[in-house]
Design a protein around this ligand. Sequence first.
Ligand SMILES: Cc1ncc(COP(=O)(O)O)c(C=O)c1O
Length: 380
Amino acid sequence: MKSRLGSIEVFPPADKYIYMDAASVGLTHSKGATAISNWQKDLAEKGTVAFTEKDEVKCLDNLNNATAKLFNTSVSDIATASSETVLMSSLAWAVMPPKGSNIVATETSHPSTTYPWMRVAEHSGSEMRWAKADQSLSIDPDEIEHLIDENTSVVCLSHVEWGTGQVFDLKRFADAAHKNGAICVVDATQSAGQIPIDIRISGVDAIATSTYKWLCGPFGTGMMYLSPELQKLSPGIIGWRSHRDMWDFQADRLEYVDSAKRYEFGTMAYGTAFGATVSTNYLLEISIEKIAEHNRKISMHLLDGLQDLGAIILGPKDPNNRSAIVAARFPNKDSADFASTLEKANVIASLRRDFIRFSPHLYNSIQDIDKGLEAIKAVI
Ligand SMILES: Cc1ncc(COP(=O)(O)O)c(C=O)c1O
C-alpha cells in the first residue's frame, strides 16, 4: 500500500501539501471543478441558448443516477438540492414527529444532523433523547439502543461522527427503530465516499449527504435517499420544481412528483451538480470498497504513528468502529498552537475544540502519512 489510489492528475494539491483534511473539505476532483466552471461560462456567454428549459428539467438526473449507485438503490429514490442541511430540514418538517414522541440522537453528532430535528421537536412538543459520550468522545452503541422505546418516532444518526470518526452499524439501528415503529434517518456527510453504504442491506429510511468532503465534490450540492413511504409525504420545503411538471406554473395547483424528486424544490447552483457527478462517478469507478480498504490502512498507520509520538487518540478503540478520521490530543501541548505549527509544516488538518482531527483520503499514500508524522515529531 505504497501509492495513492486517487491520482495527482485528478488531485494536484496532494503533491503540494500533506493534505489530511477530508472531514473538513476534501480535495476537489479537478475535472469536476472544470465541469462547474464550463457550465457557468456557457451560461454567461449564451444564457438559455446553452441551458435550455429542457436541460433544466434533466440537469440533476446524472447526479441522481450516480447517487443511486453509491447507495445501491433506484434513481427514483434520490433527490438533489443544495446541501445535507436543506434536505434534512425538509425531511424533518415532512415527518413532523408527533407530540409526546421522542427522537433519539447522539450528543457527538454534527449540529446539521440534529438541529432540523430539534427544531421540529420544539414545534410539535416531542422530546430529544441524547446518547452521551465517554471521555474519549465515544458513544456506546448499546446506549443508543437503550434510548429507543415504543414512543420513539425517529432515530437520527451521523453514520460517521464528525469529531472522532466513530462508525455506527446502520442495520442495527434501522432494525431497532423499525421494531418500535420508528424511522431511522442518517446523515452520511462524513461517510459517503469513504465507506460503503447499501440501502438494501441497512434498511434505513433516509440518508442525506453533502458532497464537498469524502465525495471530493463542490460546496453547493447535497443528495438524499428516501424510502418509498417517506416519498409520499409533503416535503417541508417546496417550490416550483416540486410539481410533477415544473413548467406548469399554476400557482394554485400543486401535484407532487411521484418520487423522491418532490424534495427538489427550486433552482440551485446547478453547475455544482455536474461537478459532483464527475467526482462521485470517479470514486465509484475505483470502488468505495477499495477506497475504504486503502483509507483503513493509511489511517491506522497514522493512528499507530501518532500514538508512538505520545498522542491520545479519541474515539472507539475497536478499529472496526473507526473510519479514516483520526482525532488526537497531544499532552502538554495547546492544540490551537500545535495546529498552526503543523500548518506551517505543510500538514493540513483541522483544529476542532481541543483536539486535532486528521482525515486522509484516497489521494494520500503511506509516504504522505510518514512525512506528516515526521513533521509532527519535529514540532513536538
Ligand atoms: C456529519 C455532517 N453533516 C453535515 C455537515 C454540514 O452540512 P452542510 O453541508 O449541509 O452545511 C457536516 C460538516 O462538517 C458534517 O460533518
